[in-house]
Design a protein around this ligand. Structure first.
Ligand code: MG
Length: 287
């Protein structure tokens, strides 16, 4: 099931996006955060009934927002979580990106608002000359997770989305901690929908790719994680409660601009298309 948040006549709604690109409105919850927080077995049943109904409105007549426009907390991110990307990052800056891979690298990313599919990313020309993209699988938790065993993690997954972990490489490396360079407004595009966890196998094995101005840059599969979803949720939840609605960005495959022989960092007018099989595509322009 694909869940979306959208604007219609200036009001925000949530709905189920059907295969024929029509939407059935979900009336039971005021927004996606509330749906994730309150959905119980009965709620799931109601959603399944709604999914069987005719769409009420076409996708083309609404404005899509990010499925979770205002996450309750910052995004939890994995750094260097694909072997081939870890290698290209290290070549770019050994000091900033050296890693022994034994332990996962965790960092957080400020999010005031997730940009939707079609949203514009500011170029911040006064702040950065090394603007980069990172397509990532976003994992959204559906239950509060504390001290969860690896074998139980799959029961905590609400769904998945396509995420672009936008990064200002100069800010990221100059400041030692990555937080500032990852956290500018507009650096959290996520969409176009949430694919609920029951809609794909677990762990998800999905092709993940990105294009810049039509040129294929990244092309991997979510089965290539160094630290997989089970390990990450089990490890973090040993000592911190991961609230339902938590978004985990699971790292990016090789092919980002900083990994190129002549890094083609993003500039005004560039269009980035991030895609994950079964979930959809997320298109954003630098302005
Ligand atoms: Mg990343």
């Amino acid at each position: 099931m694909k869940l979306v948040t959208y604007l219609f006549e200036n009001s925000e709604f949530i709905g189920i996006l059907k295969e024929d690109n029509t939407i059935v409105r979900i009336p039971y919850f005021k927004d996606m955060n509330t749906l994730i927080e309150e959905l119980d077995n009965e709620g799931w049943e109601k959603l399944r009934v709604l999914k069987g109904k005719e769409g009420e409105i076409s996708l083309s007549s609404v404005k899509l927002l990010s499925p979770i426009p205002h996450p309750r907390q910052d995004i939890l991110c994995l750094g260097l979580n694909y072997t081939d990307h870890a290698k290209e990052a290290k070549q770019y800056s050994n000091e900033a990106f050296s890693s022994d891979k034994a332990k996962a690298i965790y960092f957080s990313k400020r999010v005031n608002e997730c940009l939707p599919d079609g949203g514009n990313i500011p170029a911040y020309e006064h702040l950065t000359h090394r603007l980069d993209y990172e397509v990532e699988l976003a994992v959204i938790l559906g239950k509060d997770a504390y001290d969860v065993k690896k074998e139980d993690v799959k029961d905590y997954i609400f769904g998945y989305s396509v995420f672009n972990d936008m990064s200002a490489r100069d800010l990221q490396t100059e400041h030692k901690q990555w937080y500032f360079g990852k956290s500018l407004d507009g650096f959290c595009p996520m969409g176009p929908c949430i694919l609920t966890a029951d809609s794909t196998s677990y762990p998800p094995e999905l092709r993940i790719s990105s294009k810049v101005n039509g040129e294929l840059r990244q092309d991997g599969n979510t089965n290539m994680f160094i630290h997989d979803i089970d390990e990450v949720v089990a490890e973090l939840s040993q000592g911190m409660t991961l609230r339902k609605g938590t978004i985990i960005a699971t790292g990016t495959p090789k092919g980002v601009a900083m990994g190129m022989d002549k890094p083609a960092f993003l500039k005004k007018g560039d269009v980035i298309i991030c895609s994950i099989e079964k979930i959809g595509t997320l298109t954003n322009r630098i302005v």
